[in-house]
Design a protein around this ligand. Sequence first.
Ligand code: URA
Length: 247
Amino acid sequence: MSAKAPTARLDKLLANLGYGSRREIAGLARAGAIVLDGAALVDAGRRIAVTPDLPARMTVDGEALDPPPHLTLMLHKPLGVTCSHKEAGPLVYGLLPVRWRRRDPALSTVGRLDKETSGLLLLTDDGALLHRIIAPRANVAKRYRVSLDRPLNGNEGAILASGTLVLEDDDRPLLPVGFSVEDATHATVTLHEGRYHQVRRMFAALGNHVTALHRDRVGGLDLPGDLEAGAYRVMGEDDVAKVFAAG
Ligand code: URA
């Protein structure tokens, strides 16, 4: 255990992880349902060190404790779910354990993907990290695989690289966009900013239409091939570092 680890009252820590009210946590503790390093913690008012290894050392009702803050996830966003806390219909948060919706600090998506875009989506409860990732200064690139309605005409790469394309309703041109052709109706684009519906609007401005959109990389972090659509994974420090590494 690190001497510098923050400490928290057990009832507050578990209440903020969504396990119930502080009174309910006190009941769980009295019943011997909270175990740390093999010993029941019966006093919910006791302070404990909040270390990243706590889930390996603490159980609640026989199950490993949920990851304490700060928690950062990579999720393979499927089609048809919305990046929102409150819109109607299926939400990305519905793909996470129910208890996690009661966490404080809450998990938020790092930017958004459209409802009909799939791929790598990050979520975090660490506001400072979220802002570091989306800050223009960080220049975290986002890579998308694009399927198009009509064949490419050959001038898209030059236009996107020029940094002169102005999208409808925008007043300043896009930053240069990385572009590579996969085949006549498939391309890969790499964005260095994140404007509303940017990829779809870009190809509309180029006289085409996006039929499918999938993000497979954020910074230097690839969507793992074995992470199925709808599944998520807790990110470690190495994964977070990859986000800031050049893609
Ligand atoms: N550009 C879009 O048009 N949609 C997304 O979801 C992401 C980038």
